[in-house]
Design a protein around this ligand. Structure first.
Ligand SMILES: [Zn+2]
Length: 398
């Protein structure tokens, strides 16, 4: 017997679908089984999607849950870091701000995120401890994977390497890195540390790479070569990789082939003021490309609210996606592709998986990305929200 049947829904292609739930998991919605449902919920023709995955967020930096803090201009990266330290020192406690941002993202339908947390000799493990506190509070509702991120550098910030290793022992699952040449001045040195810790701790890797043009391409090829040599396919990601959007198409194509062969994924937030990776070219080459919000209302920029559907819209908007197929690529980057990078099991609207899904007021996935409707309901393990926020306009029969 089926506990609950969610009937009269549409899938991302706009085709009619129904979701059957038993003991909190999806089961096959065949007609005979559906006839036994104890309860039927009519979704009124609305779209059903798996929950959103934010593949790149900084929970320690955001001022969500705090006062509005006007942006302070800075000419250099080091200047930006100094301004950030000052603003964060004035803000509400980090664990409270992280909690507020997780709550806001969850309200938009995010169920998992990869969070980069500053871990270097200027912060020690203080950010890690604050974010871990917030993460533990949300366990079971929002899965949070933590990246130990050396924001102040590895080679240029003595002591950071040991702290990165300590962070892995304290529960971080991913080793981070940042601009090995332009920021740290020693690409092989930084990559030795990052890949060394990942090997020792059996951890994944996610490196912030803002290096420009051919210099950035050189880092991507270095990272791909190390990933291949160490057999780490599927466990290494590069965030931003702006260089892929700055070089001629043939160079981007050759680099994409190397990334695909090595199994290195690329994360983009489709930033507003600079070139970013050509999403379709990379995906056609076989590279896994996923999306994240990155900075949200922090010392780096004032934008963002934590909504991954809005992020998918921005990826599509900046990429020139107009067709339904292309818009669905942006949606995939905010759902399935991110889930694969995070290694999230039990994900997706398939029999056997946990019956957690979003109901959105849209006729298909492309329309959701293009229009970013706000009217959403997150069903967890087959249960509608208890606060009375049932599916708007939907009929319900016992
Ligand atoms: Zn970032």
């Amino acid at each position: 017997m089926i506990d609950r049947l969610f009937d009269n829904a549409v899938d991302i292609h706009g085709s009619p679908t129904r979701l059957a739930v038993q003991d909190g998991r999806f089961v096959d919605a065949d007609p005979a089984a559906c006839a036994t449902a104890r309860e039927t919920v009519d979704l009124g023709g609305r779209l059903v999607l798996p929950g959103f995955i934010d593949g790149h967020i900084h929970l320690d930096k955001s001022f969500v849950g705090d006062a509005w803090r006007p942006h302070v201009p800075a000419d250099t990266l080091r200047g930006r870091l100094a301004a950030e330290k000052k603003l964060i020192a004035q803000a509400r406690p980090m664990a409270e701000r992280a909690d507020a941002l997780i709550a806001q993202a969850a309200a938009f339908g995010t169920i998992a995120m990869r969070c980069h947390v500053d871990v270097d000799a200027t912060t020690g493990l203080s950010h890690l401890h604050a974010v871990t506190e917030a993460r533990d509070k949300w366990r079971g509702l929002v899965d949070i994977e933590i990246v130990a991120f050396p924001q102040a550098g590895v080679m240029s910030c003595p002591g950071s390497a040991d702290l990165l290793d300590a962070a892995m022992q304290e529960g971080a699952q991913v080793v981070g890195g940042i601009d090995p040449t332009t920021f740290d001045g020693d690409a092989d040195g930084q990559l030795d540390v990052v890949f060394g810790i990942a090997g020792k701790r059996d951890a994944k890797i996610d490196i912030h790479l803002h290096e420009p043009g051919l210099q950035g391409i050189e880092q991507l090829l270095r990272i791909a070569a190390r990933t291949r040599a160490l057999g780490m396919a599927g466990r290494v990601a590069v965030s931003h990789a702006y260089a892929l959007g700055e070089v001629p198409p043939d160079v981007a194509g050759r680099t994409a082939a190397a990334l695909a062969e090595a199994g290195v994924a690329i994360m983009t937030n489709a930033p507003g003021d600079r070139p970013f990776p050509p999403v379709l070219r990379l995906r056609r080459a076989g590279v896994r490309v996923f999306a994240g919000n990155d900075n949200i209302r922090d010392a780096w920029w004032p934008y963002g609210n934590g909504d991954m559907l809005q992020r998918a819209n921005l990826v599509g908007y900046r990429s020139g996606f107009y067709t339904d197929d292309d818009l669905l690529v942006a949606l995939d980057m905010a759902t399935e592709a991110g889930a694969a990078v995070l290694g999230k099991r039990d994900y997706g609207l398939r029999a056997g998986n946990e019956a957690t899904f979003l109901v959105i007021d849209a006729p298909n996935g492309a329309a959701a990305v293009a229009g970013v409707p706000g009217n959403r309901t997150l069903v967890r393990k087959g249960e509608l929200p208890r606060d009375g926020a049932a599916v708007p306009g939907a009929g319900r029969t016992a």
